[in-house]
Design a protein around this ligand. Structure first.
Ligand code: KG4
Ligand code: ZN
Length: 341
């Protein structure tokens, strides 16, 4: 079954063709980073307008690269939420109209389910059940996954998501947007023995995650450096290192706790922040020590992309899920509302 995947929930237009027998055939991504960098963050209206311009050329490019044609398509998967409503509607409109014209089914995919299943695009796929650490720009979640659509939320974002904390830290250190990769790059030059940042909520029971305090700690540290005439690039790098280590440690402690609580030894890490070098290393160490398994998507599938949407949609279409012709977008949408298949 040949399925087209369309991702347009935020600032990336992603298109992919996935064949349920042959796997991923082609994928293309257009990032709007340069467009929004000027404003220090995503401007929703600009995002929607840009998606409209990119969707069709990217779609044509993806078909060309895969060597397939529109009549071969058997289903279309598009991101239906959560995300920016205008941006979501651009992808939904293209997906729905194309499906109507070709008389094939289209299905709205939950963006976070796409992230959660992204490691399934790799040759070595995780078996169910597993614990998933989903860390993106808008979410930090720990989920027990017993199958596709069988999700139990164990811990959630209390305030800033992990990616949001990276982005805000970058902003206050004037490192540009998006912040995660910038903070991570500078952290490589930072010293780990200069500052020790707190590990939020690790001394409290439970699996919820909170990163806004850490962001404030970063702000205070930087302001002190400004007051004492120590606001150098090296200080920024040292702060980035301390911040990154604190996030990585906190996530590692919470993953360990979730695995222990659920009696599992298989971990899946996905979402934009799972691209982080330090976080990947710390979680790999944790799982090696426990003699467990850990799975990450390849770097290009950690952040938003069309391939994960095509994969998630293909699984639901294969299971016979259908949608009526009416469609909308769901800016807010809980993973736990999804139907098991
Ligand atoms: O999954 P994603 O592309 O979009 C959402 O669904 O939110 O995640 C984007 C987030 C941003 O906050 C970005 O700063 C962060 O992922 N990110 C990173 C890295 N690469 C992207 N954070 C830390 N280290 C990275 N290398
Ligand atoms: Zn995402």
């Amino acid at each position: 079954m040949l399925v087209l995947g369309i991702e347009s929930s935020c600032d990336e237009t992603g298109l992919a063709l996935y064949d349920t027998e042959q796997g991923l055939l082609a994928h293309h991504l257009y990032s709007q980073v340069a467009l929004h960098a000027l404003y220090g963050g995503v401007v929703p209206e600009l995002a929607s307008r840009d998606h409209i311009q990119r969707l069709i050329p990217l779609l044509q490019q993806t078909f060309k690269e895969a060597g397939r044609s529109l009549p071969e398509l058997m289903g279309i998967a598009y991101t239906a939420g959560p995300g920016l409503v205008g941006a979501l509607l651009t992808g939904a409109s293209v997906a729905r109209s194309l499906a109507f014209a070709l008389n094939i089914p289209a299905i709205g995919v939950h963006h976070m389910e796409g992230h959660l299943l992204a490691p399934m695009l790799e040759t070595e796929k995780p078996q169910f059940p597993f614990i998933c650490l989903l860390v993106s720009g808008g979410h930090s979640m720990l989920i027990r996954v017993d199958g596709i659509g069988r999700y139990q939320l164990l811990g959630d974002t209390m305030d800033d998501a992990a990616g949001e904390a990276f982005d805000k830290t970058a902003k206050l250190l004037e490192l540009g947007y998006p912040g995660g990769p910038e903070v991570s790059k500078l952290a490589m030059q930072g010293r780990s023995d200069r500052y020790t940042f707190p590990r939020p909520m690790v001394d409290r029971p439970g699996l919820d995650l909170s990163f806004s305090g850490l962001k404030t700690y970063t702000l205070n540290t930087w302001q002190k450096a400004l007051q004492t005439g120590d606001a150098t690039l090296q200080t920024k790098a040292d702060i980035c290192r301390a911040f990154e280590l604190a996030v990585a440690d906190t996530l590692t402690i919470k993953c360990k706790r979730a695995l222990d609580q659920e009696g599992l030894n298989r971990l899946v890490v996905s979402g934009g922040v799972s691209a982080n070098r330090e976080i990947r290393a710390k979680l790999q160490q944790l799982m090696a020590k426990r003699r467990g398994e850990v799975y990450f998507p390849r770097l290009e599938f950690c952040t938003d992309n069309g391939a994960m949407i095509a994969y998630a949609g293909a699984q639901r279409l294969l299971a016979g899920e259908e949608e009526p012709l009416t469609f909308g977008a769901r800016p807010r949408w809980s993973l736990e509302e999804l139907a098991p298949i």
